[in-house]
Design a protein around this ligand. Structure first.
Ligand code: IMP
Ligand code: MG
Length: 209
């Protein structure tokens, strides 16, 4: 697998000082004890610039050859939708489903990966796209499971990387932002199934969960 090729040391993206959540999110609302506090990490415009940069990097690696993007649902849905629209080569899209957190912000529960029949990946250049690389368990399972369909190459793109949390040796070929050990929501990432629709990425305030 070529997912560890081209690994580079990357600087951890500095996190802005904690400040109250600006903007329209009603996440700290005493009327609903289930809502949580978040701190702004990356605004939508900033994410869009990094996704465009990732698109250029992907294009530089693959050229105009066809790629098959395998998106890891549900978290990578928003990122994938934006990333593939930055690509001008022929792109096929497939999905796998993985779930592990089920509302936990610290330890993942048992990992559930569903890879349906992807026989047509045989001989293809596959780009696995996920929202975040955390312990590495999900992407190591997904990339391993995909090998049985005999793709020609397998690479990994993630919007976010939390290298300090790694339990399994997985390296992404394309990384949007490196972040410290924070639980983040928005832009596809959820806490207990919520907040995927936020256009920005926020760090959950651990005290509010
Ligand atoms: P891993 O298997 O520990 O690498 O976790 C990867 C999956 O866990 C990601 O695809 C996410 O769905 C989820 N995840 C990990 N960290 C976060 C987070 O900070 N916020 C939301 N989901 C997360
Ligand atoms: Mg996920």
């Amino acid at each position: 697998m070529s997912s560890s090729e081209g690994a580079q040391q990357r600087e951890t993206t500095p996190i802005p000082a904690a400040r109250p959540l600006p903007g329209p999110y009603p996440m700290s609302d005493s009327r609903d004890p289930n809502l949580v506090n978040g701190k702004m990490l990356f605004r939508g415009g900033h994410i869009a610039r990094e996704v465009a940069r990732l698109g250029r990097e992907v294009r530089a690696v693959y050229g105009m050859g066809e790629i098959t993007v395998v998106t890891v649902l549900h978290g990578a849905l928003v990122f994938t939708a934006d990333l593939i629209r930055e690509l001008d080569m022929p792109v096929r899209l497939e999905t796998v489903t993985a779930s592990s957190y089920r509302g936990q912000t610290t330890r993942p529960n048992e990992l559930d990966v569903r890879v349906t029949s992807l026989e047509h990946l045989k001989g293809k250049d596959v780009l696995v796209v996920d929202d975040i690389l955390d312990t590495g368990n999900t992407l190591s399972r997904v990339t391993r499971d995909l090998q049985r369909f005999e793709p020609r190459s397998t690479r990994i793109a993630v919007l976010l990387d939390k290298p300090s949390r790694r339990e399994v040796a997985v390296t992404a070929d394309f990384v949007g932002f490196e972040i410290p050990d924070l639980f983040v929501i928005g832009y596809g990432l959820d806490y207990d199934g919520r907040y995927r629709n936020l256009p920005d990425i926020l760090a959950l305030d651990p005290g509010s969960v």
